[in-house]
Design a protein around this ligand. Structure first.
Ligand code: FAD
Length: 399
């Protein structure tokens, strides 16, 4: 699967940070992690600190799948609003999922501080706005629901948004959100884990897995074998290649990035933005005063068709930007397209699809993929040790 078009911003900004050797002999290990993006890196971080012997492989250069395409807005608000999620998954699961997301942002901050990653993590407010009067009752409903369950939200009227230079009629302001450079953080985490003894092999493609009673045996494309007590699939959207259950609808999404602005508009210093349209538009700034905007999703995943659409999508997103923020001069610098996926209930999938096999998955799909991966970190040990865990129940396969 071609996960993204060329020229995403983060790898260009960081150049190729680290490169690792490919496999050249058979290996015996406790844990094999398949996938060296942000999810694999976070899971590795958790397990290496537990003293596990780990080998991590990636079929590409590490961090060059979806992680390189991510816009990395970190929000506890997921793609499905809280009041709707309550209807779909029940009160406890919905509220806990929103709380989990909030905690994940702080957990990530602690990890970044511990490994001293210069990934430009910054806390932001999140402004969930509408430009359509007809969406105000929906937004108000969501506001009341979040307030009722203890989330830190304010209601913003049209004139509050005008002060921010945003052309919209109402919004929910949440105090907890953040931004960062996901490519840099994933690289820094992998480097940290390597220093603690993890073996990293890139350009190493796993093509089949066989399960014996206590061992899983992974075969690489170039005919080496990795024997592991447990395999953890952190293979992102490409996990659809190995999963029997259809857990995600894959589609295409588009991103544009501006030139560095001489001065960052005040609104973008403090907040990230997203709206109630479907597919939704979202906006953030970077540490070098750029604005990143995403949206324009299409319901297909064909990468050739997707990448061909990029020039049209650039124009569409630019037009939308100028409608929403008419006073900001957005000069286009980079654009890219990526494969994206959403689950039916907007929540991730963690754990073992088949209880008889020692194969675990951590799949943080949707617009909150990164915070979901942080939540996944917190249940991976229980999945390995077969210990009951509430998150493994909420986000299990076959639900
Ligand atoms: C355009 C875009 C914008 C996004 N914006 C946000 C956002 O604002 N906030 C947010 O939280 N999330 C966002 N996401 C989602 C988020 O980026 C993803 O959830 C996250 O990057 C997934 O990371 P990952 O490590 O699971 O997957 P990946 O980064 O794709 O890593 C998986 C790795 O597994 C490897 N792999 C797969 N199969 C095999 C195999 N058989 N053998 C060896 N290696 C294999 C791949 O090469 C790949 O490197 C966005 C995604 C896109 C595309």
């Amino acid at each position: 699967m071609k996960l993204r078009s060329t020229e995403t911003f983060w790898p260009l900004k960081n150049a190729m940070k680290n490169s690792y050797p490919s496999i050249n002999s058979d290996i015996n290990t406790e844990i094999l992690i398949i996938g060296g993006g942000i999810t694999g890196a976070l899971i590795a971080y958790k397990l290496i600190n537990e003293g596990k012997k780990i080998v991590l492989v990636d079929r590409r250069d590490v961090c060059n799948g979806s992680t390189a395409a991510s816009t990395a807005l970190l929000q506890y608000e997921i793609d499905i609003s809280l009041h709707e999620l309550i209807k779909i998954r029940g009160l406890e699961c919905a509220v806990d999922s929103y709380r989990n997301g909030k905690k994940a942002i702080f957990d990530l901050r602690n990890i970044i501080d511990t490994i001293k990653s210069d990934c430009k993590f910054e806390f932001r407010k999140s402004i969930y706005f509408t430009s359509l009067k007809k969406d105000i009752p929906f937004l108000k409903n969501e506001f009341e629901c979040r307030k009722q369950h203890g989330f830190d939200v304010n209601w913003l009227e049209k004139w509050d948004l005008q002060k921010l230079g945003l052309n919209a009629v109402a919004a929910i302001e949440s105090k907890t959100a953040a931004v960062m450079d996901p490519y840099k953080l994933a690289h820094d985490l992998l480097e940290y884990c390597q220093k603690k003894g993890m073996q990293i092999l890139d350009r190493t493609n796993i093509i089949s897995i066989q399960n014996l009673r206590d061992k899983s045996i992974a075969q690489t494309e170039n005919k080496f074998t990795i024997f592991a007590d447990h395999i953890i699939h952190c293979s992102g959207y490409e996990s659809t290649e190995t999963l029997a259950e259809k857990v995600v609808d894959l589609k295409s999404t588009f991103v544009i990035t501006s030139e560095s602005l001489p001065v960052l508009p005040t609104a973008f210093k403090n907040a990230v933005f997203w709206d109630t349209s479907s597919p939704y538009l979202y906006f953030r700034s970077t540490s070098d005063n750029r604005i990143i905007m995403g949206g324009g999703d299409e319901e297909f995943k064909d990468p050739i068709k997707r990448d061909k659409l990029l020039p049209k999508k650039e124009q569409y997103l630019l037009k939308q930007f100028h409608k929403k923020f008419p006073k900001i001069d957005f000069k286009l610098d980079y654009s890219w397209a990526g494969t994206f996926g959403e689950t039916q209930d907007g929540l991730p999938y963690f754990g073992k699809p088949d209880p008889k096999k020692n194969e675990h998955y951590v799949l943080g799909f949707g617009g909150n993929g990164i915070t979901f991966s942080v939540i996944g970190m917190n249940s991976i040990l229980d999945s390995i040790n077969d210990v009951k865990n509430q998150d493994l129940e909420y986000y299990k396969f076959g639900r």
